[in-house]
Design a binder for this molecule. Structure first.
Ligand SMILES: C[S@@+](CC[C@H](N)C(=O)[O-])C[C@H]1O[C@@H](n2cnc3c(N)ncnc32)[C@H](O)[C@@H]1O
Length: 279
């Protein structure tokens, strides 16, 4: 992260295209296993009740979450603006036999999804912060609302502005800190300038408001992770570490204020049913 605007609008697409082949190996360690388990436990209670319901995986990357939905029998639309990520997902989908028929793969930008039918999705996931990476988070959330069926649920993650403050304090640059505190915008820096992209961070309140403004009812907003486990991986080497840490996270998350110290925020929101919306 750093300040200074990236010059290339499609930096994220270029970056994610380049890393698509190694992408899965980046996340092969005990910390990410813990993080994924935490994520899945927050998703599971919201899986659609009707077998075969339509679901979307926005910013799907190599398909981690959409593939789980496809394996559970749902029809899944995978969307990513990096075509190389979509190709990685396609290879995995095709190895799944007849279930592959229930998958749709699209290289598209989540801020504008005219090819996805309105009111169609029972569950939409946007994990790994495509909301923070995209050019217009408000437009992306509006699209999530448009494609959700009444009663449909959206679960999305985003970068936490309050956690990112530490980076600016470490740099000791008051101008940069002031600018970040005002805008919530920072950059993903890579060696190749053409792969740099801007990130929009959110406080728990600003993320909640973003969803409420377009008409969602917010069901929960959780920090991921509240305990900064990544700072000391020794924690994960101890007996039953995964279950014990997940229990601590669950307990701490009962206080909504705990989200403020996590690196990422995960929001779960529902599009109201037609009757409720018109009341
Ligand atoms: C950190 S990765 C997460 C991948 C996957 N969801 C996961 O959790 O493993 C973020 C993904 O979002 C995609 N992405 C970012 N902005 C996007 C946009 N505006 N439209 C579509 N995809 C986007 C990137 O290409 C990348 O594959």
């Amino acid at each position: 992260m750093a300040s200074g605007r990236p010059k290339h609008r499609d930096g994220s697409r270029r970056y994610h295209d380049r890393v698509s082949r190694q992408y899965d190996s980046i996340y092969e360690d005990p910390y990410w296993h813990f993080h994924d388990e935490l994520t899945w436990r927050l998703i599971k209670p919201h899986l659609p009740r009707d077998a075969g319901a339509a679901c979307a995986d926005l910013g799907c990357g190599t398909g981690k979450w959409g593939l789980k939905l496809l394996k559970s029998g749902f029809a899944v639309t995978f969307i990513d603006h990096a075509a190389a990520m979509i190709e990685q997902t396609r290879a995995k989908v095709e190895s799944m036999g007849p279930r592959a028929k229930r998958a749709t793969l699209l290289a598209a930008d989540i801020v504008d999804l005219p090819m996805v039918e309105r009111d169609s999705m029972a569950l939409t996931l946007a994990m790994g912060d495509p909301l923070s990476i995209c050019s217009d988070a408000h437009a992306a959330v509006r699209e999530m609302h448009r494609i959700s069926r009444p009663g449909g649920v959206v679960i999305a993650t985003a970068d936490n502005k309050l956690a990112a403050l530490d980076h600016y304090v470490e740099r000791g640059n008051l101008d940069a800190l002031e600018e970040f505190a005002r805008t919530g915008r920072t950059n993903w820096l890579t060696a190749d300038e053409r792969e740099r992209f801007e990130l929009t961070t959110f406080t728990p309140l600003s993320l909640r408001k973003l969803f409420e403004q377009v008409g969602f009812e917010v069901l929960s907003l959780t920090g991921k992770s509240i305990v900064p486990v990544r700072d000391n991986k020794l924690l994960l080497e101890q007996p039953d570490a995964m279950e014990r840490l997940l229990r601590i996270e669950a307990e701490l998350s009962r206080d909504p204020a705990a989200a403020a110290r996590a690196g990422h925020l995960q929001i779960t929101a529902r599009k109201p049913n037609v009757a409720a919306a018109s009341e």
